[in-house]
Design a binder for this molecule. Structure first.
Ligand code: URA
Length: 436
């Protein structure tokens, strides 16, 4: 007989776990016979003592099999996805899915909610009124077949065990573990029935893997488990030493996505990451012969408006407004209090404490502190000045907070200034793509 507390005790005491016991635990997670407390204890035991390569592979498969695994039979293009390990301001999935769909790929994206200090694609999409992130399998497959992409979250059908583990890890300081991240990401991707996956592994002070060495370990773990599961995977390591793009939050990132797709504003670092990942997806799906041609194809899909059109259709097909790109102001919920953070000295922005910018957003309720918390999509930061910006005391706008009550005004200004390092000389430019 399987006793969860004995299973947890084994990992607490640093013994290897048996595959059958891993299966039994994950079955219990999926059918709610394992409690949140037991999941939290298990995740902390794994966090402290780790899982070996076999345990990680078994955990991943058990989580993928905790729900339905999709099959794609009648498509005339490859089924490829991208997943990020998470960061602050990382809205890349929102533009990438329609860009590569416009290039002939099919992208059935099962994305995540905010995790720890990081934002989540699902929370961002839920800022769009009526957008459904929990479609039925039939609707999900229909939209992917018709438009080339759809983006949903974990549902009771797809990797439900990850849904519970993810929510518990989010609020129990058990996110930053290579095995748990590997199993969480790949279980969703295996459930989606992909033919290829591009992983955007973030490194830097806003990532779960702050050093390049840790990011490389995560890349190795993801590649090993994906290969064992017959899923071709390409790992790219990109920078998270500063917020990606010029906004962080939920509504504000939807607005930045719309501006990016329509060409109104394209942050250069965000554009570089998006085009690099798009090119890798196109290559993995064999829709271009070399990286240059793949990048050109992605850029063309953006420039001719096809990517924007697919994004708008996807939003409409998933229950949101059909004219979001033309009328974002009508639909997206707005913050009532705008607070500008102005430079308090002359110099250059030399560094951002990206993790603490994410934590600040969670404290303002743009993310969750407890599993059951609801987030406020209106809260966010825009106009984020990047590292290297020359600033002038009393003049330069460093960031603009979008809040719902004036009470948080001083905290926002003070905390944001504390997240910046200002130097007298210009810092050397940061690399954005570390390993491609
Ligand atoms: N993204 C996921 O889906 N899971 C993790 O654990 C981390 C990032």
């Amino acid at each position: 007989m399987f006793l969860p507390q004995e299973f947890i005790r084994r990992k607490r005491d640093n013994y290897a776990l048996d595959p059958d016991q891993i299966n039994a635990f994950i079955r219990g997670v999926a059918n709610d016979t394992i409690s949140d407390a037991q999941i939290a204890a298990f995740c902390m035991a794994v966090f402290l003592n780790g899982l070996n390569a076999n345990e990680t592979a078994h955990l991943t498969t058990a989580m993928a099999d905790s729900g339905t695994r999709l099959k794609w039979n009648q498509l005339n293009g490859p089924v490829i996805d991208k997943h990020s390990t998470g960061g602050v301001g990382d809205k890349v999935s929102l533009m990438l899915a329609p860009i590569v769909a416009a290039c002939g790929l099919y992208v059935p994206m099962i994305a995540g909610r905010g995790l720890g200090h990081t934002g989540g694609t699902v929370d961002k999409l839920e800022a769009i009124p009526s957008y459904k992130t929990n479609l039925s399998i039939t609707d999900f497959q229909r939209i992917v077949c018709n438009l080339g992409c759809a983006i949903i979250g974990q549902t009771a059908e797809f990797a439900p065990a990850d849904g519970r583990l993810y929510a518990v890890r989010d609020v129990t300081a058990t996110v930053e573990n290579i095995s748990l991240i590997t199993a969480s990401i790949l279980s969703k991707k295996l459930a989606a029935g992909l033919q290829g996956l591009v992983m955007d592994i973030k490194t830097g002070n806003g990532a779960f893997m702050p050093t390049l060495e840790q990011a490389q370990h995560l890349a190795d773990s993801l590649t090993r488990v994906a290969t064992a599961a017959d899923l071709p995977l390409k790992a790219v390591i990109t920078d998270m030493n500063q917020v990606l793009g010029s906004s962080a939050g939920n509504t504000v990132e939807i607005i930045e996505t719309i501006d990016y797709l329509t060409g109104k504003h394209r942050d250069p670092r965000l554009h570089d990451v998006t085009m690099t990942l798009a090119a890798e997806m196109i290559l993995l799906g064999k829709q271009a012969l070399d990286p240059k041609a793949a990048r050109q194809k992605a850029q063309h899909a953006l420039d001719n408006g096809r990517a924007a059109e697919i994004f708008e259709k996807m939003v409409g097909a998933q229950g949101g407004p059909h004219d979001l790109l033309d009328n974002p102001d009508i639909y997206l919920p707005k913050a009532s209090v705008i607070v500008d953070v102005i430079a308090d000295r002359d110099g250059y922005i030399a560094a951002q404490d990206t993790r603490n910018i994410g934590v600040l957003l969670v404290n303002f309720k743009a993310g969750r502190a407890r599993v059951e918390d609801t987030i406020d999509p209106r809260i966010g930061i825009t106009d984020i000045a990047p590292i290297g910006t020359k600033i002038e005391k009393g003049k330069t706008l460093l960031a603009r907070f979008h809040l719902v009550e004036p009470l948080g005004k001083d905290i926002a200004i003070h905390s944001y200034l504390n997240c910046l390092t200002i130097s007298d000389t210009a810092p050397s430019p940061e690399k954005i793509i570390h390993v491609a």
